[in-house]
Design a protein around this ligand. Structure first.
Ligand code: 4AD
Ligand code: MG
Length: 462
């Protein structure tokens, strides 16, 4: 491998007047017949380094090949720049074109492409400033999640992606099969015979790692999962993906209040981490798209999240029913418009607890009133629901009764119920939608623009 230095390092270097090698992609080339100024980017940082090439020193053919999108290796002297807008530049001594990019057909010629167009060329959009910033931030957030939990003594657990259980009820599932769909094996009654399928049973892609995460927490104490999850709902919104990543911590001996404390601490840590490690990208996104981005991030860190019960929230919302498309009363599920109202009303993140049991999952710890469960949803400015979680029902009796009421097959879930049979313990956990977090820390308005290759209804390109 030929040694080269990252542009991020060169731009902050104090050692000038030395020979360096850089490799990257041409963003722009300008100049005149004597000198060319090439803006080169290698993805290590949002900024380009300026290459100054005296045209007479290089073959004409080579200079012609240096166009937007081409990949170059440049050797030259790193010097303090005389020009405006950059601190360092490289005076080119040798240039090699690794790969030219045909100027007629390379799609990223001009600035100001629409997000919709860039989604169609998702294979090339990482080469734009915007998506370079978004994907670097995505890395920082993923890394920070592992660091946060590792530092707190949590163990990272890998829960299955292909699951034989479809009981969580978090969403519609994608089937996993190797059967011939044109001619599947049938039972005498005409139903599909899954005994003939690869796993000899019906299987799906997971909607959540929680249930398996609970098993691990009841052995290792504090765990988290961080993996892809899949939901086949036909929800074509700027906040939903069919394939998204979820972070799911599960904690033995935590109650709902400990759960809220952890969620708040984690979100603040992650936002602070972005401010500490990705400021140049945040500044770019702040200037380009969302002038409130950095201020909004800082304001979320500064003050405690508002905590209130679902019942208290309904009291607040009912007074505004005239404004809402969907009217609320005690028992209704909250819509986006209601979540938005609450975060605006309380001027920051809100954690809602004590939801009616009828609109929440079977595994949530039932309150003594028989009506509500110890659920928690964290609602965020700009995003709406960013986290969903709960304390879990640890009483076998109550859990099985609720499962019967909700028609959840006990036999299929015997492995889950075993934890309540053998050494049951109070525990709690939650799920953070990774791409919802990414929306918050990038200021992007569509979830398709924080996922490298988004999967949505009708779209599984690349
Ligand atoms: O509220 P949800 O459905 O909760 C669960 O799946 C629980 N098992 C989590 C747990 O307690 N361990 O999903 C959790 C979060 C949501 O708050 C949201 O941020 C995100 O996952 N989410 C989605 N993100 C993108 N696209 C979708 N279709 C999403 N559905 C949920
Ligand atoms: Mg939810």
């Amino acid at each position: 491998m030929l040694l080269h230095t990252k542009i991020a390092e060169l731009l902050s270097s104090t050692e000038v007047d030395r020979d360096v090698t850089v490799k990257g992609w041409v963003r722009t080339k300008r100049g005149n017949k004597n000198v060319a100024f090439i803006a080169l980017n290698d993805g290590s940082i949002i900024h380009n380094i300026q290459i100054v090439a005296e045209v007479a020193k290089f073959p004409e053919e080579l200079m012609k090949e240096i166009t937007t999108g081409a990949c170059l290796c440049v050797k030259g002297a790193l010097v303090k720049s005389q020009g405006q807008g950059q601190s360092m530049e490289i005076q080119a001594k040798e240039i090699e074109v690794y790969g030219p990019a045909d100027a007629e057909t390379f799609p990223l010629q001009k600035k100001g492409h629409t997000m919709e167009f860039l989604r169609e060329i998702a294979h090339l959009r990482p080469r734009t400033n915007t998506f370079g910033a978004v994907f670097r931030l995505r890395h920082h957030m993923a890394f920070a999640i592992h660091r946060f939990f590792n530092d707190k003594g949590f163990f990272y657990v890998h829960t299955p992606i292909i699951t034989g259980s479809d009981a969580e009820g978090a969403g519609e599932m994608f089937h996993v099969t190797t059967m011939d769909l044109k001619n599947p094996p049938k039972n005498p009654d005409g139903s599909i015979n899954y005994k003939e399928d690869f796993f000899e049973k019906e299987t799906n892609l997971t909607v959540s790692g929680q249930l398996e995460g609970e098993l691990a927490a009841m052995a290792l104490g504090l765990i988290y999962t961080f993996g892809p999850t899949f939901r086949a709902e036909n929800s074509n919104t700027p906040r939903h993906l069919a394939e998204f990543w979820m972070i799911e911590p599960e904690m033995a001996f935590y109650d709902i209040n400990d759960n809220m404390d952890l969620a708040e601490e984690m979100l603040k840590y992650l936002i602070q981490y972005a401010l500490d490690h990705a400021m140049s990208d945040l500044e770019f996104l702040n200037n380009m798209y969302d002038k409130e981005l950095i201020a909004r991030m800082k304001s979320v860190i500064e003050k405690p999240f508002t905590r209130l019960t679902y019942t208290e929230a309904i009291d607040v919302l009912k007074q505004q029913n005239a404004k809402f498309e969907f009217k609320v009363e005690w028992g209704t599920d909250l819509q986006k418009e209601h979540e938005n109202y609450l975060v605006e009303h309380f001027n920051g993140p809100v954690i809602l607890t004590g939801y009616p049991k009828n609109i929440k999952a079977f595994y949530m710890k039932q309150d003594d009133d028989g009506k509500t469960v110890r659920a928690m949803d964290v609602l965020f400015p700009w995003i709406g629901e960013i986290i969903g979680g709960s304390q879990r029902e640890d009483n076998l009796e109550k859990l099985t009764t609720r499962m019967r009421e909700m028609h959840i097959p006990e036999k299929e879930m015997s492995w889950y119920l075993d934890t309540r049979k053998f050494g049951s313990c109070p525990h709690a956990g939650f799920g953070l939608g990774f791409e919802r977090l990414m929306l918050f820390v990038t200021g992007m308005t569509n979830i398709r623009d924080v996922m490298p290759f988004p999967r949505t209804p009708g779209n599984a390109e690349f």
